[in-house]
Design a binder for this molecule. Structure first.
Ligand code: ATP
Length: 364
């Protein structure tokens, strides 16, 4: 019987986005071949700052609709410092994709791999393995300038709204508890920490109230609370104590960069953004113009984001080989670090994008 083909909308974007996307798909295809998984077919969509400077649009005509028709969307990175809108904001079509497809669940794994730089001297830092679940459609980003929702009062005042809805928060917290449950089945502790500022903002007290209501359906998962400022401190003081953190959009944006720094750098920061109908997968880093075109980008964040995409597609399609491929990729990366065969230039090693990709291909 012939295997189904999975449709991927592919937005390579700008700068190192192009290189790390190509690296990621070379590894995904090798893993799928090894596990006799389904084939991927691509619909490449042009978007980003480079495209904007050529055409005046940030995404090709009907690109958003085309992205919505695929089984999943993969994005390299978007943005170039020199290309901006007149008000100084960046070219951000991906924020519109998040909004259009209501990709509320931003999943950002933070894991310490062997032989990667430790920013903390405590030996327990070797055990950091947590996930930041960042709400990705509302919160303070509801007012991101790409949406044109800011209230500009003459030239005297600007108001950006932080929006929390029951509809999205219920789905987000449920996603968080289910994620904690899935991780518990694989040996994690099964704790979901609600990170908020419920002591100051009514919106955040509401966010916590919905967390509590949802918790009632998950008696097997331990509940926990932290204010966002204390959470920033605790991510430095005792990050090994956390399992899954669920939080508002802007808090999640900031904490996930901090947490990414704890386990190396942005080149390890994978990201999935999942909604009810589709998911968008992209490394959490930007286009890194300072190193573009030099074969110095670490492709692992993009490759790990690709593995998250395969996991998502396994759940969406019921194809077990997709999950096997995701696990194979995770395993070869972990083993590659453990045996010192992966030495990214980002961490002072001798391997650029192509060398890391070749190493993973040969391990697979
Ligand atoms: P954005 O606002 O889009 O996130 P940015 O310019 O703030 O973009 P990045 O593009 O993520 O941030 O780059 C931040 C720093 O991290 C840069 O010094 C960059 O070189 C480095 N960096 C980012 N991604 C990688 C990577 N994959 N490999 C190596 N270094 C990276």
């Amino acid at each position: 019987m012939s295997q189904p083909t999975i449709q991927i909308a592919l937005i390579k974007g700008d700068g190192i986005g192009v290189d790390v996307t190509e690296a990621s798909f070379a590894v995904l295809e090798a893993a799928l071949k090894k596990t006799a998984g389904p084939r991927l077919s691509y619909n490449e969509i042009r978007a980003g700052a480079g495209y904007f400077s050529e055409t005046g649009d940030d995404i090709e005509p009907r690109g958003e609709e085309a992205a919505g028709r695929a089984d999943a969307i993969f994005l390299g990175a978007i943005g170039l410092p020199a290309v901006r809108h007149a008000d100084g904001t960046e070219i951000s079509p991906h924020l519109r994709l998040r909004d259009r497809f209501q990709l509320y669940a931003g999943v950002r794994p933070v894991r310490a791999y062997p032989n990667t730089p430790r920013r903390l001297s405590d030996p327990r830092a070797a055990n950091i393995d947590l996930v930041i679940l960042r709400e990705s459609t509302e919160g303070l980003f509801y007012s991101a300038s790409v949406h044109g929702r800011s209230e500009v009062i003459d030239n005297r005042e600007v108001r950006d709204v932080l929006r929390i809805t029951r509809h999205t928060s219920e789905k987000l917290h449920r996603f968080g508890f289910e994620l904690a449950r899935k991780r518990k089945q694989n040996g994690s502790r099964g704790i979901l920490t609600c990170v908020d500022k419920a002591n100051v903002f009514t919106s955040m007290a509401f966010f916590r109230q919905i967390y509590d209501e949802t918790a009632a359906d998950f008696p097997d998962i331990q509940t926990d609370y932290n204010y966002v400022d204390a959470q920033a401190l605790d991510l430095i003081r005792r990050p090994w104590d956390f399992d899954v953190l669920v939080t508002e959009n802007m808090f999640g944006d900031i904490l996930s960069d901090l947490a990414g720094g704890l386990v190396g750098g942005m080149g390890m920061a994978a990201c999935a953004e999942i909604g009810d109908e589709t998911g968008l997968f992209q490394p959490a880093h930007g286009s890194a113009p300072d190193i573009m075109g030099q074969d110095r980008a670490n492709p692992l964040a993009a490759i790990l984001s690709g593995a998250l995409m395969l996991e998502y597609l396994a759940q969406k399609t019921g194809e077990a080989a997709l999950l096997d491929s995701a696990k194979l990729i995770d395993d070869v990366i972990y083993q590659g670090f453990a045996e010192n065969r992966i030495r990214p230039a980002e961490f002072g090693g001798d391997m650029g994008t192509l060398a890391i990709t070749r190493e993973l291909l040969s391990s697979i």
